[in-house]
Design a protein around this ligand. Structure first.
Ligand code: SAH
Length: 400
């Protein structure tokens, strides 16, 4: 068994059970990609078993803090089962949800989403890559399913020195046999949404916003939003939620043509009149400025942009980008209008996001009641030991 020895004092975060070991914390030792290493303090005391990542700044990720634990197939079978069992205790009103959320489920680098009978997985660390076959068997055994599609095409794979890979890992059958569908339909709350697990973003859909979409449908019903603007609409989740809540008309903006086509199809799939929805293939920032020039106003606006700040290093530039779109959105709010604004950047804390939105409102000359602070759906859990798990935050701001 290979060992990595930490520099003096660098054991502290591990003693608090934080699962990352940065390159700068290591005094000596190394291993092959994904190999299990014993991590010890400067004094030689056992700290954890971890998977080594030779090229990443996060040089090792912890599998277990228990010295007696063997890191073998039965460890992964037990950890995968525990992750899936936890979902039975979460409040999830959908047939599509996250089964494994990386570090928060004790499986760093592994993301697994379930869409009906199909699993879609991302292997994002050297450790997860090395144990791929074992993890896939464990996932199918624990769920009783047979279809698993791989979407290891996230850019973070490059940091681990891993190539991008996609395709069926299980269930495609022999050459010539019918290929399982990659176009699926999920059901969440009161609506259905079609997606493509091969070409969609991430694993195909943004499951983490499930409960915000329900909240948006409920508020649309309760407050009677007539004119709704859904910015960064992707495949129209918030659009369908608003129409379900009775919105008169929803304008949806995205810069991805395929996402917009899927969004329009999703409006039809739920039986809504196409007249109630319009779709704009455009840059959100430019569209918001144009709407302001035209004097358009909206009763509710959703702002759910992509990750502007993957890490704190990008926070400053991202903060300006967030502030800009929020300021423009505030200007478009009708009297009594409501803004649903989000950041999914790990590098922007909830506190900083609050400050950004506050200063955007102030610049727009708008005050508002913050009626709700929102986070990711419970199947994207954050844990006490891994604060980085809190990436998605949202604010509901009602114009005063
Ligand atoms: N709210 C969506 C998820 C949004 S993901 C849901 O509930 O499913 C972010 C989206 O922003 C992506 O669809 C991406 O295509 C889009 N996007 C990124 N940059 C953009 C820009 N400058 N203007 C418009 N859309 C953009």
């Amino acid at each position: 068994m290979k060992t990595i020895r930490l520099r003096p004092g660098k054991e502290r975060s591990l003693l608090r059970r934080h699962p990352w070991i940065f390159e700068s914390a290591i005094a000596r030792g190394g291993a092959d990609a994904g190999e299990t290493v014993r991590v010890e303090s400067d004094a030689g005391e056992f700290l954890a078993w971890a998977a080594f990542s030779p090229t990443s700044k996060i040089r090792a990720r912890v599998w277990s803090f228990d010295q007696a634990q063997r890191i073998d197939a039965s460890f992964f079978i037990a950890t995968v089962s525990a992750s899936i069992r936890a979902r039975a205790r979460f409040d999830i009103n959908s047939d599509a949800f996250r089964l494994v959320h990386g570090e928060s489920d004790g499986l760093p680098g592994l993301i697994v989403d379930r869409y009906g009978d199909t699993l879609v997985a991302q292997f994002l660390s050297s450790g997860a890559e090395r144990w791929k076959a074992v993890l896939v068997d464990a996932l199918l055994a624990a769920t009783g399913l047979s279809l698993l599609y791989e979407r290891s095409d996230a850019s973070s794979r490059a940091l681990e020195g891993l190539p991008e890979v996609t395709g069926w890992l299980r269930g495609a059958g022999p050459v010539g046999a019918p290929v399982p569908p990659v176009e699926l339909v999920l059901r969440e709350h009161d609506w259905r949404l079609a997606l493509n697990i091969a070409t969609g973003h991430k694993t195909g859909f943004y499951l983490d916003q499930r409960d915000s979409r329900r909240k948006f449908a409920d508020d649309t019903r309760r407050l009677g939003f007539e004119r709704v603007l859904n910015c960064f609409c992707y495949t129209g989740g918030f659009t369908v939620a608003a129409l379900t809540g009775g919105a008169g008309h929803v304008t949806s903006i995205d810069s991805s043509g395929p996402a917009l086509a899927q969004a329009a199809a999703n409006v039809a799939l739920n039986g809504f009149d196409a007249q109630r929805a319009s779709f704009l293939d455009a840059d959100v920032n430019a569209s918001l400025r144009q709407f302001d020039r035209e004097g358009q106003r909206f009763d509710a606006i959703v702002l759910d942009p992509p990750k502007f700040a993957p890490t704190v290093a990008h926070a400053e530039r991202a903060a300006r980008a967030y502030k800009d779109i929020n300021r423009l959105a505030f200007k478009l709010l009708a009297p009594d209008g409501v803004l649903f604004t989000y950041s999914c950047s790990g590098g922007i804390s909830a506190d900083l996001f609050h400050k950004i939105v506050a200063s955007a409102g102030s610049d727009a000359g708008v005050d508002g009641f913050i009626t709700e602070r929102l986070g990711g759906a419970p199947d994207h859990p954050m844990t006490l030991n891994f604060p980085e798990g809190e990436y998605l935050k949202g604010l509901v701001v009602m114009r005063r």
